[in-house]
Design a protein around this ligand. Structure first.
Ligand SMILES: Nc1ncnc2c1ncn2[C@@H]1O[C@H](COP(=O)(O)OP(=O)(O)OP(=O)(O)O)[C@@H](O)[C@H]1O
Ligand SMILES: [Mg+2]
Length: 157
């Protein structure tokens, strides 16, 4: 039923919890996973602008930040990929740069996935928010089923 899954991750606790469900879905007929981490362009800009006082121009620093973010993401993605392959799944990995929810929705269409699995929250994990902004916009915009894996409920009380 859910032959091909899109699993977007920001490597947060909640996204890592969602990974456990991706693995379990192998037993329910899932064969293929598209693993995605979007390098958030706004994050690159924020870090680079904040460091402009260091004397480097923002553009130079943006390139450095971008390279560093990509290297770190690729290392983490490699570990997630091995884990999923170890569970018997076929993997493809994508690290586009852009606005996370837009890239996630585009890849869902381009790759014609049957399900999107993500965390309800991510790195920010704000106590009062029912959903993070990426998960909210993905749920709103998706033309496909979405499995939202909730964070540990203890954060609420
Ligand atoms: N840059 C990203 N690339 C891929 N997936 C992401 C990215 N950011 C978030 N996600 C996915 O969306 C889920 C929800 O994260 P989201 O960013 O919405 O929550 P948050 O960080 O708590 O809130 P916000 O980002 O709005 O401050 C994550 O568990 C992850 O599955
Ligand atoms: Mg976030």
């Amino acid at each position: 039923m859910f032959r091909k899954i899109l699993y977007p991750t920001d490597f947060s606790d909640c996204a890592t919890k969602a990974l456990e469900y991706v693995k379990k879905l192998r037993g329910a007929g899932t064969e293929e996973v598209v693993l995605v981490h979007v390098i958030d362009v706004r994050e690159i800009e924020t870090v680079a602008t904040g460091a402009a006082w260091l004397g480097e121009t923002t553009a130079e620093y943006e390139n450095e930040v971008q390279k560093k973010m990509r290297e770190e993401a690729e290392k983490k993605l490699e570990a997630v990929k091995s884990e999923l392959e170890g569970a018997g799944l076929k993997l493809s990995v994508k690290t586009p740069e852009g606005i996370p929810f837009k890239k996630i929705l585009k890849i869902a269409e381009d790759e014609d996935v049957s399900l999107i699995v993500l965390g309800s929250h991510g790195k920010s994990n704000i106590r009062e928010m029912l959903l993070g902004s990426v998960s909210e916009k993905v749920i709103r915009g998706a033309k496909r089923p979405v499995l939202v894996v909730k964070r540990e409920t203890s954060v609420m009380w």
